[in-house]
Design a protein. Structure first.
Length: 52
């Protein structure tokens, strides 16, 4: 089964659809990572302000 999939030829439309799906998933993950980094940075700033 795996060999069949590896050797399968896909159409341009299928490839574009796979790429769009992949791109959306990557963009979502990148946004989540950026959000986490931004939250940590803001928390750090708040801590530093509080210690003055």
């Amino acid at each position: 089964m795996k060999q069949e999939l590896e050797n399968r030829i896909i159409s341009k439309g299928e490839l574009e659809e796979l790429f769009k799906t992949f791109q959306k998933k990557c963009n979502k993950e990148i946004l989540e990572i950026d959000y986490i980094k931004a939250s940590k940075a803001l928390n750090e700033i708040d801590k530093q302000r509080g210690s003055w």
